[in-house]
Design a protein around this ligand. Sequence first.
Ligand code: GP9
Ligand code: MN
Length: 713
Amino acid sequence: MKKIAKFLLSAVKTRLGFILTLLMIYWLKTIWAYYADFSLDIGNAYQALLSIMNPIPLGLLLMGLSLYIKNTKAFYTVSLLIYTLLNILLIANAIYFREFSDFITVSAVFASSKTSAGLGDAAINLLRPWDVIYIIDYLVLIFLLITKRFSFDQRPFNKRASFAVSALSGLLFSLNLFLAEIDRPELLTRGFSNVYIVRAIGLPAFSAYSANQTYQAQKVRSEATADELKTVKAYVKKHYAAPNAEYYGAGKGKNVIILHLESFQQFLLDYKLKVDGKEYEVTPFLNSIYHSQDTFAFSNFFHQVKAGKTSDAETLLETSLFGLDQGSFFVQYGGDNTQQAAPHILSETNQYTSAVFHGNTGTFWNRNNVYKQLGYNYFFDQSYMSKSTKDNSFQYGLNDKIMFADSIKYLEHMQQPFYTKFITVSNHYPYQSLSGDETGFPLAQTKDETINGYFATANYLDAAIKDFFDYLKATGLYDNSIIVMYGDHYGISNSRNTDLAELLGKDPQTWTDYDNAMLQRVPYMIHVPGNGKGFISSTYGGEVDALPTLLHILGIDSSKYVELGQDLLSPQNSQTVAFRTEDNYVTPTYTSYNDHLYDTKTGTEITNPDATTTEKVKAIQTAVKEQLKMSDEVQTGDLLRFDESSGLKPIDTSQFSYANSLDAMKKIEKDLGDKSTSLYSKNGNQSTQDLYKSPSYKELYGSSSTTTKSSSK
Ligand code: GP9
Ligand code: MN
């Protein structure tokens, strides 16, 4: 021990040794923070390795800069300064994470100075005794200096060697980035989650990334003016589609339950998978909803997202604005921008309480921040649900049946009317989330594993939805609620579609971009129990049209808000669907996809358009471009902050906390006493959890898989 101390002390006495010692201590402290303070969701050895290596490259690069300094005093001052800054970043994040389960972003720092939502006084309460670890090195250094055991190396470090240190650390950083990209392609362009970025490339790199994001966003934002909003509002007014009186208010005052059907494409509805001469109905329950007299369903409803996938679908569905052309709106703007979202609108107009239920970590897609801006009162993420294990979850979170079951104990305490969203995940690429008693639905038999699994996970999702509906019926919530279901985006990507072709009764040889375009259809269904006027509409529409449609069903005037979509039940709907990709669109007459133009009815390509076609197509292109441009201006300029006529009070995100929500809801119940409208209160203060039944696939269909389940239609 003594020998080691002696060796270390002599090593520390050279300038390089000093820097390397600081680097080692910083590395140890970072690893400590990773495992003791942050939850990095490390899922495999590769990610663990990345997290272990990532403090080194930038640490060495930054501290190594001081090696260029000749003057002894300046060298030690600068190296210690850089070291201290790195430490401050680490410690501040460690403390911040305890409260917010997220890392400090530059935009959060700005926001906290505006709203005092930051650490402030609360920081003291967040300190733990073992935080001494973070400063023990300073105590040792002071001790060494006082007892004169530390001596300063007066010799300047060789210039070339300093350069070698910089070059080496630069190389290591590139390697780190490269390995990170392998673990998660498009990590930095799509954003996903702050946790993923820190896990892959470390804190200092994340902070630089976040600073750059904020800088880019701020630049555009600061130049935007209220005049730009005027143009957008004129557009909105001109495109407003007045509600159809027949359906306006059909769901007035009822609870709203949104079921996000992950990666669910329209073709799954009514689909029967043929395996070994037998037919298997993939989604029997959703099919019954699709055809129900109580459902307003849409057979030509398209997703409109690009790289922001689920998160941009959420933006479209709940704000009637598009996501971004690059990356995700949630990640880049959602945590800061003023928005006019469904939960906020319903809370202000009809005193709804709102919540999201999702079996993945709350930081994914920056949801923990964005949901506050959308006006969500509660966000029950994975931390509120069962511990995830190999059997009950996969990389995107808890299996759907578990997620629904675990939500009940919170849902029943929500004041009614409520607006809730359940985000499922099991039917997510790579469609391999099922195990144990949930397996048994046959796999398709193409040469593509991804396609083969897609039907079984969709069938599982269908069963989970049915369990949830059964619970709603058993508790009576069903009669007080309307249930909205939508597919967020494709599940099978275009590159796989030729392998899918045969299952759809098509010839892969003659597969075209028209077929690709048509496969971007996803379900949109509004189920209004007892309504009886439902039907399957073939109106062409997209996710941007969902919110005005829903608001009108709820009897809420949508014309006050900046919504770019049109009510799909309105006869004034223009039926022009813009894809988020430049120049791609669908209308009832023309479809343009990847530079090919088609007749939407027949699917035939139009190679030599006549003059009238050219003119019509031009008009569609202009309309599509204009709609996307309006959206981009609102989103990147944060234009809704200028809107004074929506009647919505601005949201103060510091008033929202997603911690200890069950206690908060119980307190509200108690304070309201007899006036409490939660299901729990209405049920004589009895829980309804035992009314939730969720039989496994094996329990329903027996243990021998493919032979026991036959088509129910
Ligand atoms: C994860 C889930 C998936 O929480 O919502 O998002 P996606 O990969 O589909 O965008
Ligand atoms: Mn998704």
